[in-house]
Write a protein that binds this ligand. Structure first.
Ligand SMILES: [Zn+2]
Length: 422
C-alpha cells in the first residue's frame, strides 16, 4: 500500500513537524491522533487559520471545492494560497467540482465531480488522495467511483479505530457553538481510547462566528493544546500511513489470487462450492484492488472460501492481528450479508475453536478491517473463512487480502487491551 513517493511526502511532512513546539517525542505508531479538516476551501482559512498552525508547527487537511477556485470567487482560496498551505505540510484533497449531493447524480456526473476535480488539482501541483463527500452524502454507487480515484474518503460522524475503513473515515464537526474546552475533551477521549479523531470545520473568522464559522482565538486554544501535549496532529494520509507502518508482513498465501490452478481456482485457497465460489478477473481498476477477485454468490446453502492455514508468529504471546481486503458487497435482500469466521488450531493442528470476526450487511465498496486476538496462548494456526449466509441474496467480491500482526510495541499495547475487552 505504500509507495516511495508517499514515504517521501511523509518525510517532508515530518520535517515540518520538527519545530521546537511540536516535536513528536515517539516514533509514529498508531495511538490517539488528531486531524484538522477544513472543508469547502475558504480564503479565511488561509488568512486566519494557517498562521496559527504555522505558529505551533501543526498540519491540517484542506478540502476545496474546485470550481470555486476556478471561478476566482472572492471567498475562495487561490491556487497560490493552496500551494503555500501544501508547502507547510498541509494535505490538500478534493471536495468535488461543484459541491453537489453525489447520491442524486448520474454515474457520468459522479465520475466528473470526482475525476475532474482530482485532475484539475493535479494540474496545480496537488496530488489529491482524499475525497470529502459534500453534505456527508454517499452510497455504494458513489463509493464505486471514489475507489477508482482516491485512497481515502470522509463521511459521517464519529472517531476512527485501528480497524477503520479508509473509505469511511468519520469526523466530528466543530460548529460555532463548540467551545475549545469541548473540542479538547473530545481530543482527550480519543487519546485515551487510541482513536483517531478528525475535527472538521469550514470558515475561520476573527470576530463572533456565525453558522459554519469558528473563531480563530478559540481555534488557537485547540491547536496549542495539541502541540503542547505532543498529541500527534496528522493529515488523513499520514494517519493511514501510520496504520500501515504498524502492521507486520502479510501472512496469507496467494493473497491477491494471482496464482490459479487448472480449473481457474485460487491456489492455497479452498471452497465448498465451485459453482458459487469463484475467482473472477477485475472489471474496473481501483486504487486498492488490483488483479483477481474472490467472488461468492449467495444461494440456498452457505457458500464459503477459506484461506490456507496461517501459522501465527506471535503464538503464545498477547499478539493482535488485523485482517482486511478490498470489498464489493451487493446485498440483494434484507438480512443478507457476507461474514468472516476464523478457526483456531494449536501448533499441531488440533481444532481449538472459532471466532466470528464480523460481517458486511449493507452494499459496500471499501476496505473493511477486522481485529483478531487469539482466544488462548495455545493457538498456533488459524484459517479464515469468508462466507455467504444460507438462503441470502448477496454477492461478495474481495481482493488484495491482508492478514498480519499488529507490531508489538509499547504504544500498541493499549490496542491489544481493547481487543481483550471484547
Ligand atoms: Zn462542504
Amino acid at each position: 500500500m505504500k509507495t516511495k513517493k508517499f514515504c517521501l511526502t511523509l518525510l517532508i511532512a515530518a520535517a515540518f513537524w520538527l519545530t521546537p513546539l511540536a516535536t513528536p517525542a515517539k516514533p509514529l505508531v498508531w495511538q490517539g491522533m488528531v486531524s484538522f479538516n477544513f472543508d469547502d476551501g475558504y480564503r479565511n482559512v488561509y488568512d486566519n487559520a494557517l498562521p496559527v498552525f504555522q505558529k505551533y508547527g501543526v498540519v491540517a487537511s484542506f478540502f476545496p471545492v474546485v470550481q470555486y477556485i476556478l471561478d476566482q470567487e472572492s471567498y475562495a482560496v487561490t491556487w497560490q494560497q493552496l500551494a503555500e498551505c501544501q508547502q507547510d505540510g498541509w494535505e490538500i484533497g478534493s471536495h468535488t467540482m461543484t459541491h453537489p449531493d453525489l447520491t442524486t447524480l448520474t454515474d457520468a456526473q459522479i465520475d466528473y465531480e470526482l475525476g475532474q476535480s482530482q485532475k484539475i488539482l493535479e494540474q496545480h501541483g496537488v496530488n489529491a488522495k482524499t475525497l470529502v463527500f459534500p453534505y456527508s452524502q454517499y452510497n455504494a454507487r458513489v463509493l464505486d467511483y471514489t475507489t477508482r480515484y482516491y485512497e481515502n474518503s470522509r463521511a459521517d460522524v464519529g472517531s476512527n479505530g485501528f480497524d477503520c475503513d479508509r473509505y469511511h473515515i468519520v469526523s466530528q464537526e466543530v460548529t460555532n457553538t463548540t467551545t475549545p474546552e469541548q473540542a479538547i475533551a473530545w481530543i482527550n477521549e480519543a487519546v485515551k481510547n487510541k482513536k483517531w479523531l478528525v475535527l472538521m470545520m469550514h470558515q475561520v473568522v476573527t470576530g463572533p462566528p456565525a453558522d459554519y464559522e469558528y473563531n480563530v482565538t478559540d481555534l488557537e486554544k485547540i491547536v496549542a493544546y495539541v502541540a503542547n501535549n505532543n498529541i500527534p496532529a496528522v493529515t488523513m494520509q499520514q494517519a493511514l500511513a501510520i496504520r500501515d507502518d504498524s502492521l507486520g508482513p502479510n501472512l496469507l498465501k496467494n493473497p491477491n489470487l494471482d496464482k490459479l490452478d487448472k480449473s481457474g481456482w485460487a491456489k492455497d485457497w479452498t471452497r465448498n462450492n465451485a459453482a458459487q465460489v469463484t475467482v473472477t478477473p477485475p472489471a474496473v481498476t481501483r486504487v486498492f484492488s488490483s488483479g483477481n477477485r474472490l467472488r461468492i454468490v449467495g444461494s440456498s446453502q452457505q457458500n464459503v472460501a477459506s484461506t490456507a492455514t496461517i501459522k501465527l508468529p506471535g503464538s503464545g504471546k498477547k499478539q493482535g492481528y488485523f485482517f482486511s481486503f478490498f470489498a464489493e458487497v451487493d446485498v440483494g435482500s434484507p438480512n443478507a450479508g457476507a461474514e468472516i469466521w476464523l478457526d483456531e488450531f494449536d501448533k499441531k493442528g488440533n481444532y481449538i475453536g472459532g471466532q466470528w470476526l464480523g460481517g458486511l450487511y449493507v452494499d459496500t465498496f471499501g476496505m473493511p478491517g477486522f481485529l483478531y486476538q487469539p482466544s488462548s496462548p495455545q493457538v498456533g494456526e488459524v484459517i479464515i473463512d469468508i462466507y455467504s449466509l444460507a438462503g441470502c441474496n448477496v454477492t461478495f467480491s474481495g481482493s488484495n487480502f491482508y492478514f498480519g500482526f499488529i507490531k508489538p510495541s509499547k504504544n500498541c499495547a493499549p490496542i491489544l487491551n481493547l481487543l481483550l475487552q471484547h
